[in-house]
Design a protein around this ligand. Structure first.
Ligand code: BTN
Length: 284
């Protein structure tokens, strides 16, 4: 497969069609983590829409304190600084929809640029088939002059060689190039991603979440599956994923259904590590 051309500021700027996202772009050949870089820029009062991109991360961070495999010159690692003043009565739901909406935007960008279907696993994993191709890590903070901010970190496995993935993720992860059979232009993908994200952010700030919730439910392959949820307190819960609440939570009903006629317990999850169980694991 042909090599992936390097990312350059000129190429990114010349394809970008956004208003605010990417007004300032910092491109690193190598950094510990684009989220970490963006965090320090935010604390120095960098403006809304600042984007940090890296060709390589040495300490890329994933959800649930995991690392994010970030080899050089093949994938997309970027973080976006978001400053939005959201009325206090909407803040909690805005914050819970932010990562879910980002997953939708990223899925749409990959579909448009690579011409391949991408699904979302709750809350914000991007999947091709059942394999993970991207993930999102949102963080919040406060800066001295401009107040609170959010950082949206996005990692997408674009052109990496899947056979060189670390053994622990080799089976469960994939790359766009592996799935499509061709090298993807990372500049086009980044520009499209920022455009989709900007449109979703504008929508999320102005309207209620009905359309986004509808679009998210349609893309979320977790729904209808039997899942094992590992919760932050170390407990696990196995259940049928029934719906996504209007606040972005995942509603699951205990599985197997208890014998003896008592109704299954239901849970509303706001954060958890979810595994989609195969039919052979569920007795279904
Ligand atoms: C996940 O665990 O699914 C989330 C992965 C998020 C990885 C991205 S890569 C760019 C940004 N910088 C980081 O250190 N992490 C996020």
């Amino acid at each position: 497969m042909p090599v992936s051309p390097p990312l350059t500021l000129d190429a990114i700027r010349s394809t970008l069609a956004t208003q605010a996202l990417g007004r300032r772009i910092e491109l690193f050949q190598r950094t510990a983590s684009t989220n970490r870089e963006t965090f320090s820029l935010a604390q120095s009062d960098a403006e809304h829409g600042t984007v940090v991109v890296a060709e390589e991360q040495t300490e890329g961070r994933g959800r649930l304190a995991r690392t994010w495999f970030s080899p050089p010159a093949v994938n997309l690692y970027c973080s976006i600084l978001v400053r939005r003043s959201i009325p206090s009565d909407r803040l909690t739901s805005w914050l819970s929809w932010l990562p879910l909406m980002t997953a939708l935007a990223a899925a749409k960008a990959v579909e448009t640029i690579a011409g391949i279907m991408v699904a979302v696993k709750w809350p914000n994993d991007l999947l091709i088939g059942e394999r993970k191709v991207g993930g999102i890590l949102c963080q919040s903070g406060t800066s001295p002059q401009l107040g609170s901010f959010q950082i949206i970190g996005i990692g997408i496995n674009v052109n990496a060689d899947r056979s060189k993935f670390p053994p622990d993720i080799r089976d469960s992860a994939t790359t766009i190039a592996h799935e499509t059979g061709h090298t993807i232009d990372r500049t086009q993908l980044l520009s499209r991603l920022l455009l989709e994200l900007e449109q979703c952010l504008d929508e999320l700030a102005l309207t209620n979440y009905d359309r986004i919730a509808l679009a998210y439910r349609a893309k979320c392959v977790t729904l209808g599956k039997i899942v094992r949820a590992s919760l932050a307190d170390g407990t696990e819960f196995t259940g049928l994923a029934q719906t996504i609440g209007s606040d972005g939570s995942l509603h699951i009903a205990q599985w197997p259904i208890p014998s003896g006629g008592s109704p299954p317990q239901t849970r509303q999850l706001y954060a958890a590590d979810i595994v989609h169980l195969r039919p052979s694991q569920t007795g279904r």
